[in-house]
Design a binder for this molecule. Sequence first.
Ligand code: SF4
Length: 292
Amino acid sequence: MASLQQRLPENVPGDFFVDSTCIDCETCSQLAPGIFRDHGDQCSVHHQPETATETQLAMMALVSCPTGSIGTTERHDAHLGIDAFPLLLEDNVYFCGFTAESSFGAWSYLITRPASEGGNILIDSPRFAGQLVKRIESMGGVSRMLLTHKDDVAAHELFRKRFSCERVMHADDGARRLGVERVISGEEPVQLDADLLVIPTPGHTRGHVVFLYRNKFLFTGDHLAWSPQKQTLTAFRSVAWYSWPEQTRSMEKLLNYQFEWVLPGHGDMHNDDASTMHDHLARCVSWMKIVK
Ligand code: SF4
C-alpha cells in the first residue's frame, strides 16, 4: 500500500503517485510509458491519466508493482487492473502482470494449451496473488513451470503446491537444491514438446536457459531484451553475473533459431517479423563482441 506521506517529489501533481519504496524495477514505465517514467533511480508519474484507457493502464501498473509503491488519492475499482491479467499478447500467450519483489519485479508469462497438448505452461514466476492464481486456475491451471534462471523463481514452490506442476530448470542454477522435478544439464538444446525447446544460454547466470515456443515466442529471462533507447535488441553487461564472453557466445547461438517475439524477465518485450528480429539479434551480437 503506497503512502501519500512518502510520495516522491518527482511525481506530477494529481491522483496517481509513486512513493519512496519504489525499487526501480521499471514494470510501470514499461507497461504504461505514457504515465510512468524512470526519472533516475526510481520511477514516478509524469502524466496523470485522462482517459478510461489511461486509467486502466495505470491500475494495471498499480497491481503489477512488486512493492505496492503506486498509490492514488481518489478511489478506483481495483478490478480495472486485476481483471486485465493474464493479458493476451498473441495466439495463446499471455503476460501475467503481478510481479514479485523477490525476483525484482521480473515478468512472467502463461501459455494456454488443452490438456491433450500437455496443458498450460507458466514461464517464470509471478507473485502468488490470490486474484491472479484464481484466474490462472479458471484458464486451466498450470501443468508445467519453466524457470529461466535462479533469480526469477519467486513463488515457484507455491505454484507447484497449488497446481502440482512439473518445474523445469537447469542444474547449474541450483535446480536440484530447489527440488525441481525436471533438471536440464549441459549446453545442448532439449526438446520438451514438439513445439517447445529449452536452449541453454549461460552468461547472466551459469545455468540460464531460454525457451522457444512454436518458433515464434522466445522467453528470454535476463539474457536478451528490447532496448527502446537503442531501438534494437540488447543484453545487460552490468548484470552478466557469470560471464559476459559466455553470454555473447550464447547469444550467437540464438542466430540459428527463428522467432518473432522476445519476452524477457527484465527489459522491454518486442514483436517483429522473424527476418527483422534476426537482424536485430545479429546487431546485438556484434555490439556484445566489442563491449568489454
Ligand atoms: S512497478 Fe513499482 S517498484 Fe517497479 S518501478 Fe514502478 S513503482 Fe517502482
